[in-house]
Design a binder for this molecule. Structure first.
Ligand SMILES: NC(=O)c1ccc[n+]([C@@H]2O[C@H](COP(=O)([O-])OP(=O)(O)OC[C@H]3O[C@@H](n4cnc5c(N)ncnc54)[C@H](O)[C@@H]3O)[C@@H](O)[C@H]2O)c1
Length: 261
């Protein structure tokens, strides 16, 4: 029996990348996974996962969309046990050149969306006295900085604040609220940013990045999926309000070392 047997889980941004991997692990663990995304690709991804996986087209910047999907899922399955706030964008641009539109796009897709998703699912979780919320933050923002990523970093740091506050507010309702902070995971988001910064040399740049990371490679989306599935399981009733780094040791590295002798 899987660790998420019969649990109903909504995952945002699940058409590809980390969201797809999270959905695959939840399905493997016996969960009824509801894949949502702004892309039509989400239907193919859900079909490929098969079993009880379902797909909904849902733009996380639209409360109307989120309300519609959450209501339909609750009516169909009678409960919503797991909410994974994963949808994201990354459009790096130097701070002084970052438009209000770009800043607001990051805020809407990654921070305000999580606020709305939590507000929509929590009434069901409170009623059933059970829930698991997991948000995909990043090391960028809460722990580290990356030139050009101010808007992204602001959202990811804000997500940790939301996580901690909701964890406290719903601690007596059988609900845990946690976040994870990935480092570099090899998804299309990372590949396209690296390719744009190194036109025609993306692969070499990825290989060079891997050599700089203590475990000598970028992370795999399935590794994000496994951690999320753990935080979404019954095993974590006493673990709440936490944000866990998963980055192959990358944020441990200082720029300069004294040496060993
Ligand atoms: N890849 C990494 O190295 C890394 C590191 C830290 C955190 N993250 C986070 O992981 C999450 C997933 O990123 P990824 O790397 O898999 O990128 P990705 O681009 O492969 O996937 C992001 C998904 O979000 C969806 N999405 C974007 N805007 C949306 C909207 N308005 N409504 C619904 N869905 C929308 C996209 O269509 C896509 O399917 C993001 O929150 C990202 O910030 C990624």
């Amino acid at each position: 029996m899987g660790s998420l047997e019969g649990k109903v889980a909504i995952v945002t941004g699940a058409a590809r990348g980390n969201g797809e991997a999270i959905a695959r692990v939840i399905a493997r663990e016996g969960g009824i996974v509801i894949l949502t995304d702004i892309l039509d690709l989400v239907f193919e991804t859900a079909k490929d996962i098969g079993g009880t996986a379902e797909a909904y087209k849902m733009d996380v910047t639209s409360r109307e969309d989120i309300h519609r999907v959450v209501t339909e899922v609750a009516e169909k399955h009678g409960h919503i046990d797991i909410m994974v706030n994963n949808a994201g964008i990354s459009k790096p641009v130097p701070f002084l050149e970052c438009s209000d539109e770009s800043r607001d796009a990051h805020l809407k897709v990654m921070l305000l969306s999580s606020w709305v998703c939590c507000q929509e699912v929590l009434p069901y979780m409170v009623k059933q006295h059970y829930g698991r919320i997991v948000s995909i933050s990043s090391v960028t923002g809460p722990i580290t900085g990356e030139p050009g990523s101010s808007a992204y970093a602001m959202c990811k740091a804000g997500l940790i604040g939301l996580t901690k506050n909701l964890a406290l507010e719903f601690a007596q309702d059988g609900i845990t609220v946690n976040a994870i902070m990935p480092g570099y995971i090899r998804t299309s988001m990372v590949e396209s940013v690296i390719e744009e910064s190194n036109p025609g040399h993306g692969e070499e740049a990825i290989a060079a990045m891997g050599r700089e990371i203590p475990v000598q490679r970028l992370g795999r989306p399935v590794e994000i999926g496994e951690l999320v599935a753990f935080l979404a399981s019954d095993k974590v009733g006493y673990l709440t309000g936490e944000a866990i780094v998963i980055d192959g040791g990358n944020q441990l590295v200082e720029n300069h070392f004294m040496g060993t002798k």
